[in-house]
Design a protein around this ligand. Structure first.
Ligand code: NI
Length: 165
C-alpha cells in the first residue's frame, strides 16, 4: 500500500456494512495502513477509527484516548467477552462516519478484551473507563454495525436524510 489517500466513509454508505476479515499478515503494509489511519483520526479529531471506515475491510482499529493525543493504540483482530451482561454504562458517542451527531448508547461495561499488536503479539486486559466503550464502538464497525443501529428508526432516518444531502 503506497501513499494511497485514505478517506472516511460516511453513513449511509453501504460499504460501512462490510464484515471485516481477520488479519493474518503482520507486515509493512499493515503498519502503513495503521499509521495512515492514526494520522487521519488525529486530523479529524476522532478518538477511534476502524479500518472499515476507510474502506479497508480488515480487523484493525486505531485509537487514542489521551487528552494530549500522544498515546496511540492499535488493535488487530480484537475480541471481547462480556463478563456481566447486567452491568452497563451509557455514554454519548460520536462517530467520524456519522459526523455531527451524538447519541447516548448503553453498552456492557464489564468485558475482557484480547487483541494482537502490529507485530502479531497477543495481549489481553480487563479494560476500564472510556476504552471499554470505545473498543465496542470500533469493533461494531468491523462487523458492519454502526452507532445509528442503536437508535430509533425514526431518528436514524433523520440522520440518513441529513447526511445524504
Ligand atoms: Ni465510529
Amino acid at each position: 500500500m503506497k501513499d494511497e489517500k485514505l478517506k472516511i466513509l460516511k453513513f449511509p454508505d453501504p460499504r460501512l456494512r462490510t464484515v471485516a476479515v481477520k488479519v493474518d499478515k503482520f507486515d509493512k503494509s499493515l503498519e502503513n495502513l495503521a499509521k495512515g489511519m492514526l494520522a487521519l483520526m488525529y486530523k479529524e479529531n476522532g478518538i477511534g477509527l476502524a479500518a472499515s471506515q476507510v474502506d479497508k475491510h480488515i480487523r484493525l482499529i486505531a485509537m487514542d484516548l489521551s487528552e494530549e493525543r500522544n498515546e496511540p493504540m492499535f488493535f488487530v483482530n480484537p475480541e471481547y467477552k462480556i463478563v456481566d451482561n447486567h452491568s452497563t454504562d451509557s455514554y454519548e458517542e460520536g462517530c467520524l462516519s456519522v459526523p455531527g451527531f451524538n447519541e447516548t448508547i448503553t453498552r456492557p461495561d464489564q468485558i475482557e478484551l484480547s487483541w494482537q499488536d502490529l507485530k502479531g503479539n497477543h495481549h489481553n486486559i480487563v479494560p476500564t473507563g472510556l476504552l471499554t466503550i470505545c473498543i465496542q464502538h470500533e469493533m461494531d464497525h468491523l462487523e458492519g454495525k454502526l452507532m445509528v443501529d442503536y437508535i430509533s428508526p425514526l431518528k436514524r432516518d433523520r440522520i440518513r436524510k441529513k447526511l445524504s444531502k
